[in-house]
Design a protein around this ligand. Structure first.
Ligand code: EPZ
Length: 426
């Protein structure tokens, strides 16, 4: 298993380019199952989760081809779908496989999808996805770890759905299911994330009738057929946020290109409150520099447009270097502080109590070997390693490869002493 070796203490300077958003490309690929025609996706990040999704679609008999140079374009064509199944072997490596359930139900009226188990950050049930599909006329049973879903009629029926809780992939799944349903679906308390809005943009290009993206109420008038199209995936706002923290925490000066500043309102505001100078250079470029004085600032994660939970670990790393106390409250996932104990091993002053973590700073971090537990925790540990004295080794970096394209090369490009160490097969 690869690991990263980081020698901390270097101020990062220069320009970094942001890749396409993993959490937008995943539902976009699943949406290609809704039509027999070709869907071309541009700006798809070269990360492992997208390769897993490509394997999953191919398992269902969709034709998936990828062009690598200059950026990765995915060409997906599903004239027929003979295997309406998402097998455990693939789903266990990527929960987002659940995003094929809605399109399969809409297109074929049946699906067998492995239940995604829990993950490091929480139980993460999919009950809200299933309840909503049941309202659309789907009979659902679960057995042997699989969701068996069958539509009572040829087409799903529109419904008035109120999500008990805001769910991103739940909203995306029902959006795709409703696009080919009979009649209108109203989705209340739906997610407003930019990735949901990007999916609506793609579905509209395919011929779907949708209103309300970016608000809590989506209206979808089902159509009989959807057609092929071309779509460019939005930039990754979490990768952007991660590099904002990298520039700030190392006291450097980074220009971040190909990003969407408007998708990071809450993150930028919070970092500026902590004393970090961040400038919007233009519509696709941000500039971040080290703070004169970094001060502790409380932060609560929320659904969009609030502070993203996927930026919590990175913010915690920054808070370890801030003067005073930062109280972090994680409202989305029940177990998302695994990175805290690893940062404490590096010398951070953090106390965790349930969903609250109190970070006192500044702390002089020192390099050691730490374990990555999930995608964003790994990013938080990389940031801590960039300011720690001496060398930090991060184990199990396969987590970070799931969602960050070329993070080692991008950091080296702005002066970081980081390298990937390929562990010899034992
Ligand atoms: C999406 O996950 C993202 N993944 C996650 O990013 C992100 O952390 C999360 O949204 C929140 O922003 C993708 O887009 C592929 P939710 P998702 O359903 O859709 C509970 C990353 O690092 N819930 O919005 O799975 C759930 O347990 C990943 O890139 C139910 O109870 O998250 C959680 O507490 C990690 N029942 C809350 O709702 C359900 O049926 C929000 O989860 C669905 C969700």
């Amino acid at each position: 298993m690869d690991k990263f070796r980081i020698k901390g203490g270097k101020a990062l300077r220069g320009t970094v380019e942001i890749s396409g958003a993993k959490n937008s490309a995943l539902p976009a690929m699943a949406a290609a199952l809704l039509t027999a025609e070709k869907v071309t996706l541009h700006n798809v990040p070269k990360v492992r989760d997208l390769i897993t999704m490509a394997k999953l679609l191919a398992f269902m008999d969709a034709k998936v081809s990828v062009t690598e140079v200059p950026a990765s374009d995915y060409l997906i064509e599903a004239p027929t779908l003979n295997h309406a199944e998402a097998p455990y072997e693939l789903v266990k490596t990527m929960r987002a496989s659940i995003l094929t359930l809605g399109p399969l139900m809409a297109r074929l009226g049946m699906a067998r999808v492995s239940l995604p188990g829990g993950c490091a950050i929480g139980a993460r049930p999919v009950d809200l996805h299933l309840k909503a599909l049941e309202q659309m006329g789907v009979e659902i049973s679960t057995s042997h770890g699989y969701i068996e879903a069958r539509a009572s009629k040829r087409r799903l029926k529109g419904a008035h759905i109120v999500f008990e809780k805001i769910t991103v992939t739940g909203t995306e799944n029902i959006l795709m299911a409703a696009a080919l349903a009979e009649g209108e679906t109203v989705l209340e308390n739906s997610a407003r994330e930019p990735e949901v809005t990007d999916l609506v943009a793609l579905l509209r290009k395919m011929g779907a009738k949708i209103e309300g993206e970016g608000t809590s109420t989506l209206r979808i008038r089902g159509v009989k057929k959807l057609h092929g199209t071309e779509h460019t995936v939005i930039p990754d706002r979490i990768e952007t946020g991660t590099f904002l923290v990298a520039g700030a925490i190392t006291g450097g000066d980074l220009t971040i290109k190909n990003c969407a500043p408007e998708h990071l309102g809450a993150v930028i505001a919070k970092m500026q409150q902590a004393g970090v100078p961040i400038e919007t250079v233009n519509k696709t470029t941000l500039r971040v520099r080290g703070a004169q004085k970094l001060v502790g600032s409380d932060m609560t994660t929320e659904e969009y447009p609030g502070f993203a939970t996927d930026m919590q670990a990175q913010y915690m790393a920054l808070a370890t270097q801030a003067e005073g106390t930062s109280v972090i409250t994680e409202t989305i996932f029940e177990n998302r502080y695994l990175h805290a104990s690893e940062m404490i091993r590096m010398g951070a002053n953090i106390s965790v109590d349930g969903r609250r973590a109190v970070v006192r700073g500044p702390a002089q971090l020192s390099g050691t070997t730490v374990q990555a537990s999930d995608l964003r925790a790994s990013a938080g540990l990389v940031l801590a390693g960039l300011v720690a004295s001496g060398e930090t080794f991060i184990d199990r970096v396969y987590h970070i490869d799931r969602g960050y394209e070329g993070i080692v090369e991008k950091l080296q490009g702005v002066g970081a002493h980081i390298e990937r160490v390929h562990a010899l097969a034992s």
